[in-house]
Structures are given as structure tokens and as C-alpha cells.
Design a protein around this ligand. Structure first.
Ligand SMILES: NC(=O)c1ccc[n+]([C@@H]2O[C@H](COP(=O)([O-])OP(=O)(O)OC[C@H]3O[C@@H](n4cnc5c(N)ncnc54)[C@H](O)[C@@H]3O)[C@@H](O)[C@H]2O)c1
Length: 354
């Protein structure tokens, strides 16, 4: 059985990615209708075989949706999602879920009040690079991690802020655009209490919104994570660097086939521990050799399969009552709180205590 989907907003992401994914044989959804304020986008929806509505009221009262997907500019997510849930429909909104925690809490409250499902299209939880890094951490490849660095450094302006993305009141800016993906990945991976958030968020090219952000999160356990998103940098740093008490690993690019790992072998580590009290200088020399000699590639064949369509497959399972929702509202709210703390930290020059 295919669950019926209605779209609010039929722009680039919905008409390209979402519609294409819903048409896959292994995704249990079918697209039936769309509402967009732009007549050209409504015509595009009709061309794809959907019923297009001129007004939100007509779209909602026509009904028959198992899921409404909201893919408008960010400032309309809250209103559209709440109206759709109040009309009796389950809702998934595009990321960022909202512009701030006030809007997001309203959406979560509406979901609780109406009993309708509310989730967010955090599709990058299924990025292969993220899944490989997460698996390697879980497998203890570098021991206990103490610093996780996640970066997007674009040498060619990828991620330029344009159109509504360059407008503050539309929820534009890099931290809400790419930053929300990267922070969601890190926070999904590290389900630990957060201690502090500090950040530097500014604009290099954009007049109204940020196009550079560096956010550092410390956790109560002592682990730290850094997320950096750079719209323009002629030198690109690695997508991931992770440091642990038994080694370190790096993944150069998002599409890199493998993770490069350097670690201390267990027997050497034990010897190092035993020698540590005997001769400090010998131990330090040995210690350095441990790192220099040993290179390994993480066996990425073990990594669970990626693919953004897995999110829709999970939603299908949730609607069928056979699976637990993966992108949970509480996780999205935790991430939005970190984003708000990052803006505050940068604006006021403070470290925000969580
Ligand atoms: N998850 C991802 O990887 C990913 C990638 C790109 C975009 N997005 C998100 O998808 C959303 C849309 O981005 P996009 O690139 O498709 O933008 P877009 O500008 O191409 O599309 C937005 C569409 O919404 C319509 N719209 C605007 N206001 C509306 C309203 N009040 N009522 C009905 N329709 C309205 C516009 O006419 C347009 O067709 C954003 O939230 C964005 O952050 C997510």
C-alpha cells in the first residue's frame, strides 16, 4: 500500500528530490497534490501529474493525505505545519524545522495537541560519510573520542546565500542551512548532556545573513565537537577529523571511499602504559613511533547502507505501525537550542552554559 503525500511548496527540493524519491519502488509513498503560491510552480506540479491548488484552504480541505510535506522557504514552515496538523494530517517539514525554538515548540505542541505525527527531513543522517564515521567511532577504531571535527569548506562558493536564503526574516543564512545538517549529525551521534556552546558566526559576502559559522560544543563527559561551515575557502580542510585516546582518523571529502586511520596497536599501548613509570624519555620516543608506523584504512564494507530515501522508508514503517520514528522532534529541538546558543554566543561574545 502506498501512503498519499501532499506537498506545500513545489520548489527545487520538493519537485526534484522529494518527488523523485517518492517515485522509487522501494519507498511506500505516492505524491498526489501540491499547493504553491507561484503559478509557475503549480503548473510544474500539474505537469508531473499532481493536482495543484491555488490556496492552502483548498489544498487542506481537499484532503486525503497520509503525510503533508512542507518545503517552502523556512519562515513559512511553522504556520504551514501547524495548519496542516490542525486539519488532521501528519507532517514532515524540510530542514531547518523552523527559524527558532519558539516556532519549533509551537509545532511540537500542535503535534501533541492534535495527535498527528511531526518530523523533519534531516536526510543527512543517511549520508555515507557520516555513517562511516559514526560506525568507526562505535567500533572503537580510535578508542575513546575526545574531539570530533565536522567541516564543509567550499572552495567555489558552494552554498552561497541567494534568494530567500539571503534574507534574515525568511530564516536564511548558513547556520540554518548547512549548519543545521552538520549539527544534527553530531548531536544524533553524541546523545550526551551538553555542557557549553561557543561560536563565531559572521558574514563574509552576504548583507543580511551569516555565511560562515564555527560552533564548538562541549559535553559533560569531556568530549568536544566542532562544526564549521565555510562558504568560501580556497583551501579545503577535511570533511571529518576525529581524535581519540588510541589514535585519530580523517575523511577528506564527503564522497571519499575510506577513512584514513592512524592508531596505536593494543600491544604497544600496553607496553607504553607499563613503561611509563620507568623511563619517560624512552617512552616518549616509543610513543611517537607508534603513531608514525601504523596506518590503516577502516573497513568501510561493514558500514550500514546509506541513502536519503531510508528516511522515507522509516516514515512508511512509522505510518504502518511497524517502526519507531528516527528523526524525533525532541532531537530536532535539542539541535535548534544549540543553534540559538551559537547565535547568542557569537553575538554577545560569551560561552553559553547549557
Ligand atoms: N534537506 C535538504 O537536503 C535540503 C536541500 C535543499 C533545500 N532544503 C529545504 O527545502 C526548503 C525549500 O528549499 P528550496 O531550495 O526548494 O527553495 P525554493 O525557493 O526552490 O522552493 C520554495 C517553494 O516554496 C514556495 N512558497 C514560498 N512561500 C510559500 C507559501 N507561503 N505557500 C506556499 N508555497 C510557498 C515557492 O513558490 C517555491 O516554489 C527549505 O526549507 C530548504 O532549507 C532542504
Amino acid at each position: 500500500m502506498a501512503f498519499k503525500v501532499g506537498f506545500i511548496g513545489f520548489g527545487g527540493m520538493i519537485s526534484g528530490y522529494h518527488l523523485g524519491t517518492i517515485c522509487r519502488d522501494d519507498v511506500p509513498f505516492e505524491a498526489v497534490a501540491a499547493f504553491d503560491i507561484d503559478p509557475n510552480r503549480r503548473a510544474a506540479a500539474v505537469e508531473k501529474g499532481l493536482i495543484a491548488y491555488d490556496t492552502l484552504e483548498d489544498f487542506l480541505s481537499a484532503g486525503g493525505y497520509d503525510l503533508v510535506v512542507v518545503g517552502t522557504a523556512n519562515n513559512y514552515h511553522c504556520e504551514m505545519a501547524c495548519r496542516a496538523m490542525e486539519a488532521g494530517f501528519n507532517v514532515m517539514v524540510e530542514k531547518p524545522a523552523a527559524r527558532n525554538t519558539v516556532e519549533l515548540e509551537k509545532m511540537i505542541e500542535t503535534s501533541e495537541k492534535t495527535g498527528k505525527l511531526f518530523t523533519v527531513h534531516q536526510n543527512r543522517r543517511w549520508d555515507p560519510d557520516f555513517l562511516k564515521i559514526r560506525q568507526a567511532i562505535e567500533d572503537g577504531v580510535i578508542g575513546k573520542p575526545y574531539m570530533i571535527e565536522s567541516r564543509i569548506h567550499s572552495p567555489n562558493g558552494n552554498g552561497d546565500m541567494y534568494g530567500w536564503r539571503a534574507m534574515n526574516d525568511h530564516g536564511g543564512g548558513m547556520l540554518l542551512d548547512w549548519g543545521v545538517h552538520m549539527l544534527d549529525q553530531v548531536l544524533y551521534m553524541i546523545d550526551e548532556p551538553i555542557k557549553t556552546v561557543s561560536a563565531n558566526v559572521f558574514s563574509l559576502w552576504s548583507e543580511e545573513v551569516d555565511d560562515y559559522a564555527k560552533v564548538i560544543i562541549t559535553f559533560r563527559s569531556g568530549l568536544a565537537a566542532q562544526v564549521e561551515v565555510v562558504t568560501y575557502s580556497p583551501i579545503a580542510e577535511a570533511r571529518w577529523n576525529v581524535y581519540g585516546d588510541r589514535g585519530a582518523m580523517t575523511m577528506q571529502e564527503m564522497g571519499a571511499p575510506a577513512i584514513h586511520v592512524r592508531r596505536i596497536k593494543e600491544d604497544r599501548f600496553a607496553k607504553h602504559q607499563a613503561d611509563a613509570f620507568e623511563d619517560y624519555k624512552v617512552v616518549m620516543r616509543e610513543h611517537r613511533r607508534h603513531f608514525i608506523d601504523e596506518f590503516e584504512e577502516f573497513d568501510t564494507d561493514k558500514t550500514p547502507g546509506g541513502g536519503w530515501h531510508s528516511l522515507y522508508q522509516n516514515l512508511g514503517g512509522v505510518l504502518a505501525g511497524t517502526e519507531e520514528l528516527i528523526v524525533k522532534p525532541a532531537q530536532v529541538l535539542r539541535c535548534m537550542k544549540v543553534i540559538e546558543a551559537a547565535f547568542k554566543s557569537s553575538r554577545e561574545g560569551v560561552t553559553v552554559q547549557f
